[in-house]
Design a protein around this ligand. Sequence first.
Ligand code: 4NP
Length: 161
Amino acid sequence: MIRVLFVCLGNICRSPLAEAIFTQKVKTANMQTRFKTDSAGTSDFHIGELPDDRTIKCATKYSLPLKHRARQVNRTDFRDFDYIIAMDENNLRTLNNLKVRYGFADKEIHLMRDFIAETMGMPVPDPYYGGEEGFEEIYHILDEALESFLTQVKSTHQIYV
Ligand code: 4NP
């Protein structure tokens, strides 16, 4: 089982959408039994909440089931997930500080857009304070990055379905 955790700040916009997109890709490829996915936030701002209305609207548009309640990243996540994928440098910095504090200094944390060579180092922009078009933008960014991530993970773990 390959365990993948998507992380943003609030866990109500980017990371639940990433989780939903990736879950759909895995399902389409008939690889549900090979992956476990989840998402979390670095902050405690929205713990227990459903995704943002605009996230739900975007997910509905692309027929993506969303059934997540926001939660904060915790110590066991560093132990339990093979891939921890941050949306931007701010999330990455927080996760890199937390992993040291929790005794997982060697754990590699990934940046979402690093799975495509041309967008390395770039953020999945925080759409929270913008309009609905920001959610459309992050949907396409995530869809492209996750397609590349899935290809790389299949190759790394020699999954041929
Ligand atoms: P997310 O977006 O990190 O993609 O879930 C945000 C959600 C909430 C806040 C910021 C970003 N906030 O400041 O409450």
